[in-house]
Design a protein around this ligand. Structure first.
Ligand code: LRH
Length: 476
């Protein structure tokens, strides 16, 4: 009898249900359901449609039933930083705001009136991103104070879905660290900081680690989907799950701390693993973050705007009737010779009305040739990303004092062969690309370790290497 585990992996642009089994120490995946996602404009604000997402989560569960493949456990991971506030009847207060919404404009200054940016970094080790939960909560406190007063609980998006499935409220550690309200020293909520900011303390309950059993489906869910299952926490922050699935070559001495990775999707998260957080000012100035990971390993990384830029361009072109696949955009870009580059970390690319105009505008402002065709725009974006990877690798080497000879690209973006070639060329490092489904695999690994399929993360990562194809790109 196969033993199935189910990962529900929801990214900013799509979600999927993936069943995983272990056979002869190898992980076998089966994607059984897929759906779209995206932030929706609502009265001038960007929000997530969590109700529809939950319908999709249940649809995917029904698909398990239909296939007769009932998982022993399941868990959900999503993008980080976003949350819902619940009232005493567990109804959402306000909306599930999306992190690209501009409600956080100016909220950094409000926070720094209470604690300086340096002190905040020293306490949390988290990179400043204007959309971090700490700034989002300040926006609620400033603009909708009544909601914060009425709030009985705060649940990050995956925690909220786990609650809807089981009736149990758990706050998972890896995603909690992205709030910028967790201490890397105590590895718990920084209650002193929370009090300084006058955020209600009761919203921050004991943290739970990946691998924790949340509970069984409620009676209503069992009736709806046709079976019961144990919900087990993965690293609910998608990047936390993806980095768990960075493969380990069995027998190779190299420690995971000696490896560079990019978790490539809507964002490119580039970094390494550290056994302890680096909260130094040097690290802050380079804008690196220390996100909490499985087994309290730290993901020391930088957020780079990533494939969001090309996703936005693709959508915009489609709106004008110019339909291209990502592969076609890569193909067109590879034929162009436009030398222009943009700074992928510039905030102007976070939520522009038109990405095409924003990229063109950046080039114009910086006296560079302005891209006109789809191929030229794509070329500017891909080249700029590769250059950004090169600079980030250099910064990482200077901060950690290590020299990394290779780079592991995991996640959906690892399929972009053209970008991998550019990355190898720019960084001068061998690029190992794959697995593409790293986030779902990492989600499954936490469950599988919890059920004893693997003794620890290292063994699980060796199995990832043996189970999935990894392509090699040599620097030219
Ligand atoms: C990637 C991601 C990233 C966060 C961002 C909000 O999906 O979780 O790690 O910084 O979304």
């Amino acid at each position: 009898m196969e033993k199935y585990y189910l990962a529900v992996d929801i990214g900013a642009s799509s979600g999927r249900h993936i069943l995983g089994t272990v056979k002869d120490n190898k992980i076998i995946l089966e994607e059984i359901y897929r759906f779209d996602n995206g932030m929706k404009q609502e009265n001038g604000h960007l929000s997530w449609d969590v109700e529809s997402l939950f319908v999709e989560i249940k649809e995917g569960l029904k698909q398990c039933k239909k296939l007769g493949k009932i998982p022993v456990s399941m868990g959900i991971d999503t993008w980080a930083v976003d949350f819902v506030l619940l009232d005493e009847e567990n109804k959402i207060l306000g909306r599930a705001a999306g992190y690209r919404d501009d409600r956080t404009t100016g909220m950094d200054e409000k926070v720094y009136e209470i604690i300086s940016q340096n002190d905040l970094y020293k306490r949390t080790g988290i990179q400043k991103q204007i959309f971090n939960t700490i700034y989002q909560l300040m926006a609620v406190k400033e603009k909708e104070p009544d909601l914060l007063k009425r709030a009985e609980s705060l649940l990050m998006i995956p925690d909220y879905f786990h609650f809807l499935l089981t009736g149990e409220k758990k706050q998972e550690y890896t995603n909690a660290t992205t709030t910028q309200l967790v201490s890397p020293v105590t590895e718990d909520w920084d209650y002193e900081l929370i009090r300084m900011l006058s955020y209600p303390e009761k919203l921050f309950r004991p943290l739970s680690m990946p691998g924790t059993k949340v509970g069984q489906f409620t009676e209503d869910i069992i009736k709806d989907v046709g079976f019961s299952c144990t919900v087990v926490l993965p690293a609910t922050h998608d990047t936390g799950s993806a980095v768990m699935a960075v493969p380990k070559v069995p027998g190779r001495k190299e420690l995971q701390e000696d490896i560079l990775y990019i978790s490539s999707g809507t964002w490119s998260l580039m970094g390494t693993e550290l056994p302890a957080a680096d909260c130094s000012i040097k690290s802050m100035e380079a804008n690196f973050t220390n996100e909490g990971g499985y087994d309290f390993r730290y993901r020391y990384l930088k957020n780079i705007m990533g494939l969001w830029m090309i996703q936005s361009v693709k959508k915009e072109l489609a709106g004008r009737g110019e339909i291209y696949s990502f592969a076609e955009l890569c193909e067109l870009a590879s034929k162009e010779s436009i030398p222009s580059l943009v700074d992928c970390n510039d905030n102007c690319f976070l939520a522009p009305e038109s990405m095409i105009n924003e990229v063109a505008g950046f080039c114009q402002r910086n006296n560079q040739p302005v891209p006109k065709s789809a191929g030229e725009i794509a070329a500017v974006i891909y080249n700029s990303l590769a250059v950004c990877y090169k600079e980030t690798a250099k910064e990482l080497q200077s901060i950690t004092g290590k020299t990394y000879s290779s780079l592991h690209v995991v996640g959906g973006g690892s399929n972009a062969a053209y970008l991998n070639e550019l990355t190898a060329k720019q960084t001068g490092k061998t690029v190992y690309a794959g697995p593409g489904e790293a986030t779902a695999i990492g989600n499954l690994l936490a469950q599988m370790i919890s059920y004893g399929e693997f003794v620890d993360l290292k063994t699980a990562r060796e199995s990832v290497y043996q189970s999935f194809s990894v392509k090699e790109y040599k620097p030219m």
